[in-house]
Design a protein around this ligand. Structure first.
Ligand SMILES: [Zn+2]
Length: 377
């Protein structure tokens, strides 16, 4: 029997794959933390995982053993001393920073020990929210560590960035993402496809490789087929996408029950110590549900856009290494110009929905699919 590994290799921060430099920096920092960090790097490169592991390292007496209560709660973002902020709608509002960062920063921690604040997509802080955060960064409470995450750090106010230690995360290579998935038990062709579709985003690749993970692409392919059949099919296609988006939203309800279960007593009531964590989980969930249908519609449109892009690649004689949807055969009569125009229509619809949250998705989808029908005719 080999002895248990001793040394830093077992620490939770070591579980962040493919980011050796950032991890080494954070492991050092956890010993004597500065008051603020900015984790900067593209979507899906491990910033969130690293932020959770860093929080665990800051809250655990063993520097992030990964096993104790503090670690388990921090890794699940449920530690009472851990405050997680993310955009509501498009922005992070000043009220959120006031109630979730400013107030708790200057109060006694819910449990003995440090307080850790994690601000996701920090580039979405609106100016008032950034100002309030800046006040905390200028007079940091001794027992608080603030961790900002951003894929667009250049969009953060310089005043905020200059008060943070910047930790840079590298984009993950496609091969690395694929081999990570294979290491986690995904079969190689599915891992290669998920890695390609994810664009180097490991979290997204995992979701894509999971059972049902490609359902939005199935919806996209189905909608594209209908829309290009005839104009009546375009309206069917919009209906199909919206119905799938609604059922996706309904499915999220079960997720919340599973997330809350560990905090409830035998009678299904919240345990006192976890009230804060439960309230935050419920609020985050409410926001997720609120944008679930829009998110799903965007994934479907993105998958249609990728299929159309592949048709352009094939039509102009591009090789397999340039195709995104590795598992799908080429279209029978690839038409570069038509497919490129269709991609434009789909991308326009995505931009419109992202830009204006009050737009009716049905109208946007119908217009885009009618354009596709026209182009196919
Ligand atoms: Zn621990």
């Amino acid at each position: 029997v080999r002895p248990e590994p001793v040394g830093p290799d077992h620490l939770v921060l070591e579980r962040v794959p493919g980011q050796d430099q950032a991890v080494a920096f954070l492991r050092q920092a956890a010993g004597r933390p500065h008051h603020a960090y900015l984790l900067a790097g593209p979507e899906g490169c491990g910033k969130q995982l690293a932020a959770r592991a860093f929080a665990a390292a800051l809250l655990c007496d063993g520097g992030g053993c990964g096993e104790c209560r503090d670690c388990r709660l921090a890794l699940a973002e449920r530690h009472p001393n851990m405050f997680v902020v993310e955009p509501e709608g498009r922005d992070i509002h000043v009220d959120t920073i006031r109630s979730e960062v400013w107030h708790p920063a200057y109060r006694t921690a819910p449990e003995p020990g440090r307080k850790v604040f994690v601000i996701r997509e920090a580039d979405r802080l609106n100016p008032a929210a950034a100002d309030t955060l800046l006040k905390v960064l200028e007079e940091p409470p001794a027992d608080a560590v603030i961790v900002l995450l951003s894929a667009r750090p250049d969009e953060l106010p310089e005043t905020v960035v200059s008060r943070c230690h910047v930790v840079t995360f590298q984009p993950l290579a496609e091969d690395f993402v694929a081999s990570t998935l294979v290491g986690e038990g995904t079969d190689p062709p599915a891992a290669a496809l998920a890695a390609r579709l994810s664009g180097g985003n490991l979290g997204r690749a995992r979701r894509l490789a999971a059972p049902g993970g490609l359902s939005f692409r199935d919806v996209g392919v189905d909608a594209l087929g209908r829309a290009t059949a005839d104009p009546a099919g375009a309206l069917d296609a919009a209906e199909l996408v919206l119905a799938a988006a609604e059922s996706y939203r309904k499915g999220l309800r079960d997720d919340l029950e599973a997330e809350l279960a560990p905090f409830l007593d035998e009678r299904g009531r919240p345990e006192e110590a976890y009230r804060g964590a439960i309230r935050r989980l419920e609020e985050r969930h409410k926001r997720r549900v609120k944008r679930a249908e829009r998110d799903f519609v965007d994934w479907v449109l993105l998958s249609i856009s990728a299929v159309l892009r592949d048709r352009v690649v094939v039509a102009v004689g591009g090789g397999d290494h340039l195709v995104i949807n590795l598992d799908m055969g080429a279209a029978s009569r690839p038409d570069a110009v038509g497919s490129a125009r269709a991609t434009g229509a789909i991308e326009e619809a995505r931009a419109a929905l992202a830009e204006d949250l009050n737009l009716n998705p049905r109208l946007v989808l119908e217009r885009a699919f009618l354009q596709l029908a026209d182009l196919a005719a």
